[in-house]
Design a protein around this ligand. Structure first.
Ligand code: NAP
Length: 258
């Protein structure tokens, strides 16, 4: 198996904490030079010094400001020689879909789809020139079965999955793969805040909510960010070359569809 990413450059979005950070770290472990991309400059400064290897850097922008992302990315990586793009950012706010405002859809679609499209277009020439590209999108198992209480998120994840599949069809001929990782319940800040929201909405303790969630997972536990990172790194590696256009669940078996 060839996981060697020496000589490869990776742009990893949403990489100050959680799954994005774990992915950045594992890509660097395998030899890639990583550019981190998120909002919190202090966190980025600190994280970049902890990555193994050399030549890592970071970009700062809020993905809710598309023009800001475009400008930062143009100056920071425009024309740059990147072979790996990991699309990842904060999840949309929870809530029932029939109560969602149009503005909530607009924010979510920009933060996820429009930013991913913008970054893809910047990095694509370099990937084509290298005849090597790996695009990995961190989305959600809601692509398979919508998750109650995450109406806007379910909708936008579906759009991301269709975007990715369409692109996989178009870009396979250039040695570029496009895949989605669908994380189950993973121990990060996002899951802690979802548990807290459900606890308040349902008037039950956080322990009860968490126990109920764990009971729905055949593996009997939440996953760890590193388990997502291992999967992402494999997809980005030379050994992942023939996996294209897929949505891979990393959920301990939780999603109840084939
Ligand atoms: N954890 C789970 O169980 C789970 C399950 C399924 C899907 N997901 C989805 O997977 C993705 C990652 O989840 P996670 O649990 O790793 O999340 P997390 O721990 O909350 O980390 C989110 C990352 O995205 C960055 N970010 C958030 N909002 C941003 C914005 N507006 N612009 C730029 N960067 C932004 C954050 O950095 P800054 O704050 O520095 O910007 C952070 O590095 C999310 O979309 C989440 O909804 C999570």
């Amino acid at each position: 198996m060839d996981l060697n990413l020496n000589g490869k450059r990776a742009l990893v979005c949403g990489s100050t904490q959680g799954m994005g950070l774990a992915i950045a770290r594992e890509l660097a472990n395998q030899g890639a030079r990583v550019t981190l991309f998120a909002r919190n400059e202090n966190a980025l400064k600190e994280v970049v010094t902890t990555l193994p290897g050399e030549g890592h850097d970071y970009l700062v922008a809020d993905f809710d400001n598309l023009e800001g992302v475009r400008k930062k990315a143009l100056t920071g990586i425009g024309g740059g020689d990147y072979q790996i793009l990991v699309n990842n950012t904060g999840g949309p706010a929870p809530g029932k879909i029939y109560e969602a405002e149009i503005s909530e859809f607009e924010v979510a679609i920009k933060r996820h789809l429009y930013v991913s499209q913008t970054l893809l277009q910047l990095l694509l020439p370099g990937m084509k020139a290298a005849n090597y590209g790996r695009i990995v999108n961190i989305i959600s198992t809601s692509v398979k079965i919508p998750i109650p209480g995450l109406g806007v998120s379910n909708t936008v994840r579906g759009a991301m999955a269709s975007w990715a599949k369409t692109m996989a069809n178009e870009l396979g001929q250039f040695g570029i793969t496009v895949n989605n990782i669908l994380p189950g319940f993973i121990n990060t800040g996002r899951i802690t805040s979802l548990i807290s929201n459900r606890s308040k909405a349902q008037g039950r303790t956080e322990e009860e909510i968490k126990a109920e969630m764990v009971s729905s997972i055949p593996a009997g536990r939440f996953g760890e960010s590193e388990e997502i990172a291992d999967c992402a790194t494999f997809l980005c590696s030379p050994s992942g070359a023939y996996i294209n256009g897929t949505s891979l669940r990393v959920d301990g078996g939780r999603t109840g569809s084939i």
